[in-house]
Design a protein around this ligand. Structure first.
Ligand code: HEC
Ligand code: HEC
Length: 509
């Protein structure tokens, strides 16, 4: 383990998310908007229309400002943040794809140069040549997407690369083509959408009527292709990640947001723009932009979360530990493997402090300790140190895609102590369902999709189940030893006897 952790107190995933979502929004527009420009310029040429020509110039200025300035700034921002938050994977991606990056930067330079020439030569270049410059821009922009897509899709579906380690097998990985198709469709939609935004500020109703409807096609038609493209993409994902779609609540919520926002975007574009292009105004386009941003944000979130617990699937875990080193880190100990920690030996005095350091290395990529998004403290209230220590040392068995706990037993104990120190000290409910939630639900559903217990417990009475609960560790060493009191045990057994009854199957989760 070569790098220290950049600890972000409110959660490092938010920094990555903010930067990445903004960049994806702008950079996909940079491709689709370029195509829109040359397509409309060709159209304006066929039946000469000064109003359209005039709007094109204004749209070009807006386009250059947004894509060159904000696109480049957020692009550099991404390198900066992932270099700090995920140094191991960033270094891997650079080393594996050196030549792809070099090619990508050449395309980027051509892009910048050609769009600047395009923007400043409306009046000086002959029509044909001007359009040609536009095409050069679009092709360079699209090719840079073609390159970047290989590297991004590689992270989730490295496929054969894991065995061959050749650049080509990594680049043309199983997810490459479907992901390129999804991105291409999104580019076209954003090209149409930003054109609507610019058009909504125009006062020319005739222009709005003509171009508004045309741009609405750009938003609505590609959207029809998205469901099959996304389906194809999901088909290529390795099984370890696919299961998260069915079991991980955060991914499920964002998937719903994605469907809802993109569906609404298409329906509203049709109703508000295609049917009534003359009354196009910023008030109509603003909610469409918000929906597009929400849908893109959800897509990015799902894409990132589906990759859990890896940064490069099967190769590097999200906490920077390469898969091939995990066993040796576990054996040697996390603290002993991390050069920058304050101490290597755990004593009763420094247990909480070192527990905090272990948390930051192993868990802080996805969790906060005390409060906020996906915080752990509040989930552990009412539990004791031995149980939590057993639980945290089995993170890879839980329903979220978590890496294995990369440490020794005493390190799990220190982490448990730190987390319980951060758990709110409130009385907890001893209702059977609440006990289930605390002590079993991290690894089981009752009947649902994740390691259901209903079949094993169905038909048994509460006393038998209480007996089983008391000796879970005998059944399998993958389960924590029961440490609760008898009231909890009885309530849990009664709840399970009821919920696992064959007749009530399907009701409880
Ligand atoms: C790849 C990101 C990731 C990492 C790294 C990670 N977790 Fe998690 N963890 C999750 C997600 C996602 C959930 C599920 C949240 C939910 O169910 O709402 C979760 C849930 C949990 C739960 C609660 C399960 C429940 O249902 O109550 C515990 C306990 C937990 N993690 C402990 C840890 C510990 C300890 C570490 C560090 C050793 C860790 N996690 C590292 C993503 C991660
Ligand atoms: C850290 C994760 C974890 C926790 C917490 C956990 N279990 Fe399990 N449980 C497992 C695993 C893994 C298996 C499968 C064991 C195997 O295949 O060796 C399992 C198996 C079972 C089985 C047998 C299922 C079958 O179909 O054979 C039952 C019953 C069960 N658990 C009940 C419980 C109850 C009740 C609780 C809460 C008190 C609980 N478990 C808590 C991980 C967990």
């Amino acid at each position: 383990m070569n790098y220290p952790v950049w600890y972000v107190p409110f959660g490092s995933e938010w920094v990555i998310a903010a930067m990445a979502i903004l960049h994806v929004f702008i950079s996909h527009f940079a491709v689709g908007g370029g195509l829109f420009l040359v397509a409309v310029e060709t159209r304006a040429e066929k039946h000469y229309d000064p109003a359209l020509q005039d709007w094109l110039r204004r749209f070009t200025r807006f386009f250059v400002l947004l894509t060159v300035v904000l696109g480049a700034v957020t692009g550099v921002g991404i390198w900066f943040t992932i270099g700090l938050i995920s140094p191991e994977a960033t270094s891997n991606l650079i080393h594996i794809f050196v030549w792809a990056w070099a090619i990508e930067w050449v395309f980027f330079a051509v892009e910048i140069l050609s769009i600047l020439v395009y923007a400043y030569t409306w009046d000086t270049l002959p029509r044909m040549s001007h359009r040609l410059v536009g095409w050069v821009y679009f092709i360079a922009a699209y090719l840079s997407l073609v390159v970047i897509d290989g590297i991004l899709s590689f992270q989730l579906t490295p496929g054969n690369w894991l065995h061959t380690h050749t650049v080509w097998s990594g680049f043309f990985n199983p997810g490459y083509l479907p992901s390129l198709l999804v991105r291409t469709l999104i580019c076209v939609m954003l090209g149409g959408l930003f054109a609507l935004l610019s058009l909504s500020f125009s006062k020319d109703k005739t222009l709005k009527a003509e171009l508004g409807r045309y741009a609405a096609y750009w938003v609505c038609l590609p959207a029809l292709g998205l469901p099959p493209a996304v389906y194809w993409l999901l088909h290529t994902i390795p099984e370890v990640h696919k299961i998260l779609l069915r079991t991980n609540p955060i991914i499920q919520h964002f998937t719903w947001l994605l469907f809802l926002a993109s569906g609404l975007l298409v329906v509203l574009t049709f109703l508000l723009v295609w049917l009534r292009p003359r009354s196009l105004s910023p008030f109509v386009v603003a909610p469409l932009m918000v929906l597009a941003l929400a849908s893109l944000a959800a897509t990015e979130w799902v894409r990132e979360d589906l990759r859990e617990p890896y940064l490069i699937s099967g190769y590097v875990y999200i906490n920077q530990i390469p898969v091939r080193q995990m066993d040796s880190v576990k054996e040697k100990g996390l603290l002993a493997s991390s050069r920058w920690v304050s101490a290597q030996t755990i004593t009763p005095e420094n247990e909480v402090k070192l527990g905090g350091e272990i948390f930051r290395i192993a868990c802080s990529n996805c969790h906060l300790p005390r409060r906020g998004f996906n915080s752990l403290g509040p989930r552990l209230t009412g539990l004791d140190q031995p149980f939590v220590a057993a639980l945290v040392s089995k993170t890879d068995l839980m329903r979220a895609g978590m890496p294995p706990f990369p440490g020794r037993q005493e390190e799990a104990k220190a982490l448990a102590r730190y987390l319980l120190d951060n758990a709110p000290k409130e009385p907890v409910s001893n209702d059977g369902k609440a006990v289930w939630r605390r002590r079993c639900a991290p690894c089981h559903s009752v009947t649902g999709p994740f390691r259901p217990v209903a079949k094993a417990l169905g038909g048994q009475n509460a006393e038998d189940i209480a007996g089983i609960i008391g000796s879970l560790e005998v059944m399998s060493d993958k389960m924590p030893t029961w440490t609760g009191n008898d009231i909890e045990k009885k309530a849990l057994a009664q709840y399970l006897a009821e919920a696992c009854k064959p007749a009530s199957l399907g009701g409880a989760r």
